[in-house]
Design a protein around this ligand. Structure first.
Ligand code: C2E
Ligand code: MG
Ligand code: MG
Ligand code: MG
Length: 286
């Protein structure tokens, strides 16, 4: 709060602000160096069918540590978006994700669909679709095994025609498109009709209280109905309990993601998840 009642008060406010800006600049500089050096990692969070529990894919989540300490995405993703670093970060994440997919396939595991989060700035770059196509080809991954997740607000971007043409290009390639955190943004039903979306992801905030709050239950039910009427599949995110799984399954929700099925996995935890699954046990559904 800028309550500059006297010069001293103003100076305190000013110093605090400057420190925050400097801290952000340091964070951005370190992030930039680490992206360049290949030090941004990924974790894979399982997605499963709510009909039979079978594995259907993974969401890819960026992971970054600074001076040995994990930095949450809620901290570094906004900085990356403001500084434009998100373009290089997104490219690094996609590269790693498709390399991981290739390894899983070589190990005999049908990983299903690999979903990466994509920011507006990435879709605005001129060669985004070509970059994705090249990356898929480099790792010999079929476009139909790849998905991008965008938030509703991406559809409200200042360059909507660029966003739309990138999405249409991806669609033509055969890449799937999911609308993330659905219900928390400002998009309208018109956007759902205009943009080539395949899946809706019900935000965790609605799933959390879906078994106790009738309003949240109604939002989940309505989202599933809306999606299915439009021919879209639905993924519920943040499922933590058996009760939430049961409720969403009873409402016809197609897929689920959350700690109940698996946390974002890396290294041996990921290997254990794969080992616990049948060698090729992935049902193919969009
Ligand atoms: P998101 O896309 O909505 O991703 C889901 C977030 O929910 C992840 O947080 C995941 O760890 C968390 N989550 C999943 N299941 C559960 C659960 O059952 N309970 C709880 N409490 N949390 C759960 P994370 O990894 O911290 O990522 C936060 C956000 O950062 C993501 O939200 C996504 O919007 C963004 N993000 C992450 N990686 C990338 C990236 O590579 N590029 C872009 N543009 N954004 C990214
Ligand atoms: Mg996501
Ligand atoms: Mg999400
Ligand atoms: Mg979310």
């Amino acid at each position: 709060e800028a309550k500059a009642t006297n010069r001293g008060g103003y100076r305190v406010f000013h110093t605090g602000m400057r420190r925050k800006v400097e801290e952000r600049e340091r964070l951005a500089a370190r992030l930039k160096a680490d992206i360049g050096a290949g030090r941004v990692d990924i974790a894979l969070q399982p997605q499963v069918s709510l009909v039979d529990g079978s594995h259907i894919g993974f969401e890819v989540l960026a992971r970054w540590s600074r001076a040995g300490r994990h930095v949450p995405p809620q901290t570094f993703i906004p900085v990356a978006e403001e500084t434009g670093l998100i373009v290089d970060l997104g490219r690094a994440v996609t590269e790693r994700a498709l390399a991981a997919a290739r390894r899983m396939r070589d190990d005999g595991f049908d990983y299903g669909v690999i979903a990466v989060n994509v920011a507006a700035a990435q879709l605005r770059t001129d060669d985004f679709v070509e970059q994705i196509a090249a990356c898929l080809a480099r790792h010999d991954i079929a476009p139909s095994s790849f998905e991008i997740e965008i938030t509703e607000n991406v559809l409200l971007d200042r360059a909507p025609e660029k966003i739309l043409s990138a999405l249409v290009g991806l669609k033509q390639l055969g890449v799937l498109i999911a609308l993330d955190d659905f219900g928390t943004g400002y998009a309208s039903l018109t956007h759902l009709k205009q943009f080539p979306v395949d899946r809706l992801k019900i935000d965790r905030s609605f799933v959390r209280d879906s078994t106790s709050d009738p309003g949240d239950a109604a939002i989940c039910r309505a989202t599933i109905g809306l999606a299915h009427s439009l021919g879209l599949k639905v993924v519920a995110e943040g499922i933590e309990t058996e009760e939430q799984r049961g409720f969403l399954a009873s409402q016809g929700c197609d897929f689920g993601q959350g700690y109940l099925f698996g946390k974002p996995l890396q290294g041996t935890a990921l290997a254990q998840y794969i080992d616990a699954r049948p060698a090729s046990g992935c049902r193919r559904m969009t």
